[in-house]
Design a protein around this ligand. Structure first.
Ligand code: C5P
Length: 292
């Protein structure tokens, strides 16, 4: 059996500026996105006959199926690709798990069918699957603009340890965007603050315009913020994406581990992850960082 494996990293938003509301219902954004060591592992293989799909129960596999179908159609192939997913990234949590799985499916399908898809085309296909999917085609540290389709590699981010925590609530991105009032967005400079930090070799959390609507629509997120304030100063704490995961940033693994011990008993879900560069390298050493 011709089997190929993919590691699908989660992401965090180091900043998220909502620039404007568009006429197509989406919003133009500016954000610095960063892949982190928390990941799903996916296996893909070509299967003769009926496609069998195995995955974690409750997983939203439709985006993976769509990604596979798109590549099969583009390749004009009649083959079937089956897959298995080992899921670790929580759903609807602002960590991009579904989008990262879809990008992994695009990469794996192209490899299995031996089709050469130019990167620009892969990005277009990725954008048709979801706003965050293009970022995950390569990952790393990127300035993401427009609906999510315009990407500029930036960084590198210094190795950073990230304590993630949530109440385990499923947050609908659409609901949070619908609750956003354009008169309450920040100064539009959150992303600039992160980029300026990168030029100084520092990890900066710039701010996230979706925080207020997310707190309004999903009040449980306030508790996670309160718990993280026990272990980090407010400038080191922020929400990722449309929530409900809240993160605290640390320069050293030991600090993150100590903070985890305090936070873990008080929240529904928590873990420590590290930043991951586009080539999967973590702090100079290849491989996947240990998770807690
Ligand atoms: O593209 P995706 O399916 O991830 O988007 C989910 C929802 O989030 C969209 O239906 C839209 O309401 C909102 N959204 C937005 N502007 C973006 C990305 C998402 O308004 N740039």
């Amino acid at each position: 059996m011709n089997l190929t494996e993919e590691v699908a990293y989660a992401k965090v938003n180091l900043s998220l500026d909502v620039v404007s509301k568009r006429t197509d219902g989406f919003h133009d954004l500016r954000s610095v996105m960063q892949t982190i060591s928390l990941h799903d592992t996916l296996s893909f293989w070509i299967e003769e006959g009926q496609s069998s799909v195995r995955g974690m129960e409750g997983a939203d596999l439709s985006l993976i199926d769509k990604a596979i179908d798109t590549v099969i159609q583009a390749a004009g192939s009649s083959k079937r690709i089956a897959y298995a997913v080992e899921k670790h990234i929580p759903f609807a949590a602002g960590l991009g798990g579904g989008s990262s799985d879809a990008a992994a499916a695009l990469r794996a399908s192209a490899r299995l069918l031996a089709v050469e898809v130019p990167l620009s085309e892969l990005h277009t296909v990725a954008a048709s699957l979801g706003s965050d999917v293009p970022f995950f085609v390569e990952g790393g540290t990127s300035l993401v603009e427009g609906r999510g389709e315009k990407m500029t590699p930036v960084g590198p981010l210094p190795l950073t340890w990230i304590l993630l925590a949530s109440e385990g609530i499923s947050v609908s991105t659409r609901t949070v965007f619908e609750g956003l009032r354009m008169d309450e967005v920040g100064d539009g400079k959150a992303t600039d603050r992160v980029m300026n930090g990168l030029t100084r070799g520092e990890t900066v959390l710039g701010g996230n315009d979706l925080t207020q609507p997310a707190l309004r629509e999903f009040p449980g997120i306030a508790h996670t913020f309160a718990v993280l304030r026990q272990v980090a100063t407010p400038d080191r704490i922020g929400m990722t994406g449309s929530g409900g995961t809240v993160m605290a940033m640390f320069a050293r693994k030991e600090e993150a581990s100590r903070a985890y011990e305090v936070v873990q008993p008080q929240v529904a879900w928590s873990t420590v992850a590290s930043s991951v560069r586009t080539d999967g390298v973590i702090g100079g050493a290849a491989g996947i960082a240990e998770e807690m």
